[in-house]
Design a protein around this ligand. Structure first.
Ligand SMILES: C[S@@+](CC[C@H](N)C(=O)[O-])C[C@H]1O[C@@H](n2cnc3c(N)ncnc32)[C@H](O)[C@@H]1O
Ligand SMILES: [Zn+2]
Length: 324
């Protein structure tokens, strides 16, 4: 295996700027990948700082460990590289035994390396087994199992809900009919079924016809929306006052969760407006730093097409009554 992990970090300069990281601070990269962001963040916190890198994919962790190992001794922070799902951020950070964090980054989804490795089954462009597990060692549900066992109603629901596919119920019906003849185990089979289900006139717009269904399957296999909610909630608890939470999302469902979670922590009193005094006692915990999400420049998108759909949102933890 080559030691190179080909993934270009997205919105890198923006993340570094908005992280506000300074020497000796603690940074958590909850989606370490190939350490594209962490390598540069490490230089900001330096050898007096601590970098906690989390990824559920062991291939990514190994690549990140190699890359961070190339930082010179006078720069390299104390490193804690942890294989876990960020849904278990509490456990991971307890393992790192650090009381609070100064910046936490989530760069969601899959890396280019995961997509470009046919055996992982994420790609609709190359024939591969329908797998899509980010952590094959710990997950059992694969895309093939979903395709071959979910009923038509459940298939329709996930395809529509997780990808906004207009033809979801037709695709689900075609899948159910096709699997009566033989199990659907490879991406090429599924791509052909999707192409047959979407009328030719509709196929001309909206990119590759299988793109949306594959995205929906990936989200279902990895429970991506549920883990995002719990990961963000834990991150807010672990931030130091003044610490920053940065999230890069790549589709509207994720971005909505990030936006709503930030808003719920930034809100004050939630009492009905006709109550004369506040009874909920709710105080804001976060201040939203980016009212509108930050997106990539044209220049970055030209260099790295993956950046096209990226949205970065940033929030800052407020000091609570108990911190001051
Ligand atoms: C977009 S890549 C991150 C790339 C990284 N920022 C870089 O520049 O090299 C997303 C990474 O997060 C990991 N990941 C996605 N969801 C995760 C989760 N719930 N828990 C832990 N890791 C996750 C994936 O395995 C993948 O390596
Ligand atoms: Zn109230």
């Amino acid at each position: 295996m080559t030691s190179e992990y080909r993934h270009t970090p997205v919105l890198l300069a923006e993340c570094l700027e908005y992280s506000n990281l300074k020497t000796q601070q603690t940074f958590v990269d909850a989606t370490l990948g190939g350490a594209g962001h962490s390598y540069e963040a490490a230089k900001l916190i330096g050898c007096g700082g601590t970098l906690v890198g989390i990824d559920q994919d062991e291939v990514a962790l190994e690549a990140a460990s190699r890359k961070l190992g190339t930082l010179s001794d006078d720069v390299r922070p104390h490193l804690e590289l942890i294989r876990n799902n960020f849904a278990h951020l509490d456990d991971a950070l307890l393992e790192a035994a650090i009381p609070g964090m100064d910046a936490i980054l989530f760069d969601l989804g899959v890396s280019s390396v995961q997509i470009d490795t046919p055996a992982r089954g994420f790609s609709f462009k190359e024939n591969s087994p329908l797998d899509m597990r980010m952590d094959p060692g710990n997950q059992t549900l694969t895309a093939a199992e979903i395709i071959n066992t979910y009923n038509a109603a459940d298939l329709t629901r996930i395809i529509r809900q997780y990808s906004d596919e207009k033809w979801a119920s037709r695709i689900a019906d075609f899948i159910v009919r096709a699997r009566e003849n033989q199990p659907i185990t490879e991406s090429e089979q599924l791509v052909e079924i999707i192409k047959a289900a979407i009328p030719a006139s509709a196929r001309r717009a909206g990119g590759h016809p299988a793109k949306r269904t594959f995205q929906a399957l990936r989200i279902e296999v990895n429970g991506e929306l549920d883990v995002l909610r719990s990961g963000l909630e834990a991150a807010v608890r672990w931030l130091n006052p003044g610490g920053r939470l940065l999230v890069i999302s790549y589709h509207s469902l994720e971005d909505r969760i990030v936006k709503d979670t930030f808003a719920s922590y930034a809100n004050r009193c939630e009492c009905p407006v006709d109550l004369p005094v506040c009874v909920c006692g709710k105080e804001p915990i976060l201040q939203i730093v980016t009212r509108k999400p930050i997106v990539a420049t044209d220049e970055e998108v030209a260099r790295n097409p993956r950046a096209r759909s990226a949205k970065l949102r940033v929030a800052q933890k407020l000091a609570t009554r108990f911190d001051v």
